[in-house]
Design a protein around this ligand. Sequence first.
Ligand SMILES: CC(C)(COP(=O)(O)OP(=O)(O)OC[C@H]1O[C@@H](n2cnc3c(N)ncnc32)[C@H](O)[C@@H]1OP(=O)(O)O)[C@@H](O)C(=O)NCCC(=O)NCCS
Length: 171
Amino acid sequence: MTLLDSDMGGIVLNAKALEDGCTMIREMESKDCERVSELLEQLGYPTPLEQVVDRFNRLDQVNHRLFVAECEQGVVGWAHAAMRSSITSQARIEIVALVVDERHRRKGIGRELLRRIEDWSREAGLDVVRVTSNLARQESHALYLASGYALEKKSAVYSKRLPKTVQTYAE
Ligand SMILES: CC(C)(COP(=O)(O)OP(=O)(O)OC[C@H]1O[C@@H](n2cnc3c(N)ncnc32)[C@H](O)[C@@H]1OP(=O)(O)O)[C@@H](O)C(=O)NCCC(=O)NCCS
């Protein structure tokens, strides 16, 4: 069962999530930063609250959308998606981060966060949603495959740490 609840400004979740006392997927707000910071730890990116607040405030709200899954207990899941354009491919939505609280997994919440991101893609007239996920994240691969995503390729990730010269945007 999935219903759009326009009165509450969010999407009512599937039956399994509803049984868990979950009420909706809605846009992330500043007041959610503390919970998002806690969930980032579960995602493997521990980030102090001040940095979450700062990064959230700096995000361009047109090309970035952040959603939270709200239950009776508060925010139990969170997702960040971004619209990416490049010369090499058509514009598309990319999932930047997705996490559901360990105590609330396998209740359909991850699937609903994905659904909200896909709705944004449709609203924007874009027909590709893409995600890159570490091979070690087995549950995420299960979620994407169960949600109709197909494995496109496996890649290696490279990065280079540059010497610090000035205070940067990325602080
Ligand atoms: C991946 C993650 C977001 C899934 O959230 P979730 O709310 O538990 O997922 P759902 O309950 O919506 O699962 C939907 C379907 O995905 C599959 N799935 C999800 N987790 C699974 C797991 N641990 N094992 C097997 N299948 C799984 C199942 O098919 C499931 O349907 P079912 O429960 O009816 O069998 C969550 O496990 C998580 O936060 N993991 C750590 C962070 C992470 O890896 N994030 C992704 C970064 S790219």
